[in-house]
Design a protein around this ligand. Structure first.
Ligand code: SF4
Length: 223
């Protein structure tokens, strides 16, 4: 059985992480094939909707903004939708809010941005950075679901109410539910942590301490 088939068989019985054997360490090409498996699946997934016109947001975007980061991370951060910078660069969370998020990931989780995975519930920029509508979120959700099916994280950290409502499929007040874990409806083994959107914290600096508290819960959860 090859490395890819072995990894698939292990995943089917619930083993998502293995330590590379001495033999694999001495065979970087095989080790790289193993590491690339989810990346390849994501690339195939992204190329399947790079020209998507399922909702009105395709009219205002420069490009579809796919998820970004380590597909083997136990943590996936999910935001609302790309903003202006993200639409230009084609990567999620690269503007001011993204820089704030990166600094907190490093400071609290002790991880670099590229060690976690970051994406959005809507993959195209809404005009004027407005919130995506429920129908736009519904149209785009299957793409996010497939992304999460490939990555199989331990925890999905929703940044803001729009992301949380997209993932959990119900409305709530983020100030009341932030810091709580909920089961991911499509796989209850995966937990969903709700917290504020970094852009909200930049507008309301007093929310920073709550965000730090939530990230500390996240850190404790992943161990
Ligand atoms: S937001 Fe999603 S569903 Fe709408 S056009 Fe973009 S990729 Fe397609």
């Amino acid at each position: 059985m090859g490395v890819r088939e072995t990894a698939k068989a292990l995943e089917e019985i619930g083993i998502r992480e293995v330590y590379l054997t001495e033999k694999l360490r001495k065979e970087p090409a095989k080790a790289e094939t193993f590491q690339k498996d989810r990346r390849r699946l994501l690339e195939e997934h992204f190329s399947s909707f790079k020209n998507c016109t399922k909702c009105e947001l395709h009219r205002s975007r420069s490009q579809v903004v796919f998820g970004d980061g380590n597909p083997y991370s136990p943590i996936v951060f999910v935001g609302e939708a790309p903003g202006e910078e993200e639409d230009i660069q084609g990567r999620p969370f690269v503007g001011r809010a993204g820089r704030y998020l990166n600094s907190k990931i490093e400071e609290i989780l002790g991880l670099k941005r590229e060690e976690v995975y970051i994406t959005n519930v809507c993959k195209c920029r809404p005009p004027g950075n407005r919130k995506p509508t429920p129908s736009e979120i519904n149209a785009c959700f299957p793409y996010l679901k497939r992304e999460l099916d490939i990555i199989k994280p331990k925890v999905i950290c929703c940044l803001g109410a729009t992301a949380g409502e997209g993932i959990l499929g119900k409305k709530f007040s983020i100030t009341k539910v932030r810091g709580n874990f909920y089961p991911y409806p499509y796989d209850p083994k995966i937990k969903v942590l709700l917290t504020y959107h970094p852009a909200y914290i930049l507008r309301n600096p007093s929310a920073d301490k709550d965000f730090v508290e939530d990230l500390n819960k996240l850190k404790e959860f992943i161990g």
